[in-house]
Design a protein around this ligand. Structure first.
Ligand code: SF4
Length: 514
């Protein structure tokens, strides 16, 4: 577990303005009660994404303050966060007076060249990689979003999902706001624009008090960088220090590592961190609330070399495998992952059970866009193009597969058939989380619960459907134990249906599209 930097914390606390004492009317019209105060995403010829059937990553954000190469550092930060979104990316920079922006559809290295980065001058920057959880995959829905209002420029990059975005948008439209994208994040710009005359602290407090749901947000004006994390802290957000004394705020610590920044601490749930040339300080406008860290970040989304919520992801996934070995010992010849997501839990299972670990399927790391259609006879093309079984290893063997999750079950079915075709005698599967039975409303693009296989079928039915000899899921208690913090710290809604923030059940990805 990483330790917070106490010195920095103390400096930040000393600057903390603390909660206000008023009960002001908010930009959204409610009262605030403050006690005490061009699509290049990889796709296959059949039109499917190679990860079709998997939950999709949400978004990643990275911001820099106080470095003359802010655009380039942000580029590398986004490069490290590419796994969180592959549809589009963007960077906005400022030299204190002039703001520049570039964003486009595609992957980070496809969008930014040396000359484009040179055209983004300044000592501060905010960047974003996107997978669309709200709004379609289109250039109008790329981030950072940027507007100029009464002479001040404001840019926003958002990871998460606002559960009251429809209601807020209707309310703002009634008051004359004109929306230009299909993204929930745009309401933040409109709320801020309506309150900037109150000064930054009150504008932030009033605007964000209207929001419900999950948000790790970076905002930038000409001279100030702001990082905000929702009171539940659904999505990760961390602070690092650059070699030259400047600052970086990013979704995951792997972004800090690539630019040789030192991890300082996580942005706290409910914290607003403000950085400009004069100061670095935090506001905590709301009373402390129960945290709702997304446990799926540990299961699947985050990179294994990142520390999420203070816990290393690689080690957490390995513990999931160790606990699976305790809960479900299986007599077999070897254990194997579906690479890469099952790798670490499979390693943990192997070490705890004593079963050898083998790589029975080999991943093609160069899968990208192909325009050539497979022939009619190429069964399971989408699976084989990415993962190919090692026949000589699998022939007549009893194998245990470790998988991180089963969402629709379509991918798993093809993969198991591919193992059987390669000669496997018995195929058992262990999943390093409980059955995923409920949709996510906080920024993860699960299919609706009608498409989640575990919402419709029993574990035995799923085993039959996938063609398995046996199927076992890690218990909820086992998952929480592996993730490393107490149960009360996590959102577990996709497993237990207990939503920490009431969702809008009518909300869907295209609900705000123009
Ligand atoms: Fe994460 Fe599941 Fe909660 Fe969504 S519902 S935030 S995926 S734990």
């Amino acid at each position: 577990m990483r330790n917070n930097n106490d010195t920095t914390r103390a400096i930040l606390d000393a600057h903390n303005t603390g909660p206000g004492k008023r009960t002001p009317a908010l930009a959204c019209g409610r009262s605030l009660s403050i006690p005490g105060a061009s699509d290049t995403r990889p796709s296959l010829a059949c039109g499917q994404h190679p990860e079709s059937g998997r939950p999709r990553h949400e978004c990643g954000v990275c911001g820099i303050f106080g470095h003359e190469d802010a655009a380039k550092l942000t580029y590398f930060g986004l490069y490290a966060l590419q796994h969180r979104g592959q549809e589009s990316a963007g960077i906005v920079t400022s030299n204190g007076k002039k703001v520049s922006i570039h964003k486009a559809m595609g992957l980070v290295p496809e969008i930014f060249t040396e000359s484009i980065l040179q055209g983004l001058p300044g000592h501060m920057a905010v960047g974003h990689v996107r997978y669309s959880t709200t709004g379609s995959s289109h250039i109008t829905n790329t981030q950072p979003l940027m507007v100029t209002h009464k002479g001040t420029t404001l840019a926003v990059a958002h990871n998460g999902n606002l559960v009251n975005a429809i209601e807020l948008r209707h309310d703002l439209e009634e008051k004359g706001s004109i929306f230009q994208t299909g993204m929930d994040s745009e309401v933040v710009l409109h709320l801020m624009a309506r309150t900037t005359h109150l000064g930054l602290d009150r504008a932030l407090t009033e605007s964000f008090s209207c929001l419900k749901g999950a948000y790790s947000i970076l905002m930038m004006t000409e001279d100030t960088l702001v990082a905000v994390r929702d009171p539940g802290g659904f999505r990760p957000l961390c602070l690092g220090k650059l070699n030259n004394g400047g600052w970086v705020v990013a979704s995951e610590t792997c972004a800090l590592d690539l630019i040789e920044a030192k991890y300082v601490r996580d942005i706290d749930p409910g914290e607003m961190l403000i950085i400009n040339k004069d100061e670095m300080r935090s506001i905590f406008p709301w009373p402390k609330q129960k945290t709702s860290f997304c446990i799926f970040e540990q299961v699947y989304f985050a990179r294994p070399d990142s520390d999420i919520f203070g816990i290393n992801v690689y080690e957490a996934r390995k513990r999931m495998g160790e606990i699976l070995a305790r809960e479900f010992p299986i007599d077999a010849d070897f254990v194997m992952p579906f690479p890469d997501s099952g790798n670490y839990a499979a390693l943990g299972y192997s070490q705890a059970s004593g079963l050898p670990l083998e790589m029975g399927m080999i991943r093609n790391h160069y899968v990208g866009r192909t325009f050539i259609h497979p022939t009619q006879s190429m069964r399971d093309f989408n699976v084989r193009v990415k993962l190919n079984p090692v026949r000589s290893l699998l022939q007549d063997k009893r194998i245990v597969i470790v998988e991180d999750s089963i969402i629709r079950g379509t991918t798993g079915k093809s993969r198991v058939r591919s193992l059987r075709d390669a000669g496997a005698k018995e195929v058992h599967m262990l999943v390093s989380c409980p059955p995923t039975r409920n949709a996510c409303y906080y920024g993860i693009d699960f299919p609706s619960s009608t498409e989640l296989i575990a919402a419709k079928r029993s574990v035995e039915d799923i085993a039959d459907y996938l063609g398995l000899d046996s199927l076992h899921y890690l218990s909820l208690e086992g998952l929480v134990e592996a993730a490393g913090l107490g149960k009360e710290n996590y959102c577990l809604a996709c497993f237990d249906g207990k939503y920490p923030v009431e969702p809008d059940l009518h909300f869907h990805k295209g609900a705000l599209d123009m």
